[in-house]
Design a protein. Structure first.
Length: 264
């Protein structure tokens, strides 16, 4: 559902994630923005929640979304996710990734899929993390927004296709381990084999208590996280970003939580 009043605005966006509940691979957040008057084009294409589409349909829609929309993708590596999980701050990481992606596409209004039990609290968290120049941005958070809002559905497709591409690369190196989610028996067997062999790879989230051995993994320090701008900033004819790629990785810097506006 999209509110009628958005047509009074210039640019609107949707934001969603892929991989939050996985135990292998990154967390990916995508923001997709389009002129309010062009939203119907996404509806006509059949854009919807990525979970309602097969892989082939997602790939086709992904290409069309990139043609029509300004898009930003933010990726958090597994060790970064682990650090935030151990600090009981996964929602903070996700909110920061949402804010950074939105800072790239700069809509007047953003619809986001809420990971918090209280959507209003999540939208307020994102708003606090926006850069000063973006503080006028309106943010509307809701549960199941990827199902109910075509813009968030578009973002879910971009996030899912991006994550799938990364996971496919991991599979080419290690073999097929299934979906990378704990509900998948093949994934569980693969992880147990890794721990049994002592080869815990960077692609594995060791914060999942079902798989990690009880050792000094908890010593991970959230202050070792750095935001990398791996610039793939494609510009349109007006000099605005069409596609931005941002990545969280693991290098010693001062805490991002204490310096929320650094790196934007």
């Amino acid at each position: 559902m999209i509110l009628n009043h958005i047509y009074l605005l210039n640019k609107v966006a949707g934001v969603d994630e892929a991989g939050r509940g996985a135990v292998i691979g990154p967390l990916v957040v995508a923001a997709v923005a389009i002129d309010a008057s062009s939203i119907d084009r996404l509806v006509e294409l059949g854009v919807k929640d990525s979970k309602m589409l097969d892989r082939r349909s997602r790939m086709m829609l992904y290409s069309r979304i990139l043609e029509l929309c300004s898009t930003a993708v933010c990726i958090a590596e597994p060790k970064v996710i682990d650090a935030y999980v151990y600090d009981h701050a996964l929602n903070i990481l996700e909110a920061r990734m949402f804010a950074i992606a939105l800072s790239k596409v700069k809509p007047s209004l953003a619809y986001v899929d809420a990971c918090d039990t209280k959507p209003g609290r999540f939208s307020a968290m994102i708003a606090r993390m926006l850069d000063d120049e973006d503080t006028g941005m309106m943010i509307s958070a809701a549960h199941k927004a990827d199902r109910d809002n075509v813009l968030v559905g578009a973002a879910s497709i971009v996030a899912k296709v991006t994550r799938d591409s990364i996971v496919d690369d991991v599979k080419r190196r290690y073999g097929d381990f299934g979906s990378g989610y704990p509900s998948d028996g093949r994934t569980r067997r693969f992880i147990r084999h890794l721990f049994a062999s002592g080869a815990v790879e960077d692609e594995l989230r060791t914060s999942d208590s079902r798989y990690k051995p009880h050792n000094n993994i908890n010593s991970i320090d959230i202050s070792n996280i750095k935001l990398h701008h791996l610039h793939y900033d494609s510009m349109d004819d007006n000099g605005s970003n069409r596609f931005s790629f941002i990545r969280y990785s693991w290098k010693p810097v001062r805490s991002l939580l204490a310096n929320m506006n650094d790196g934007l």
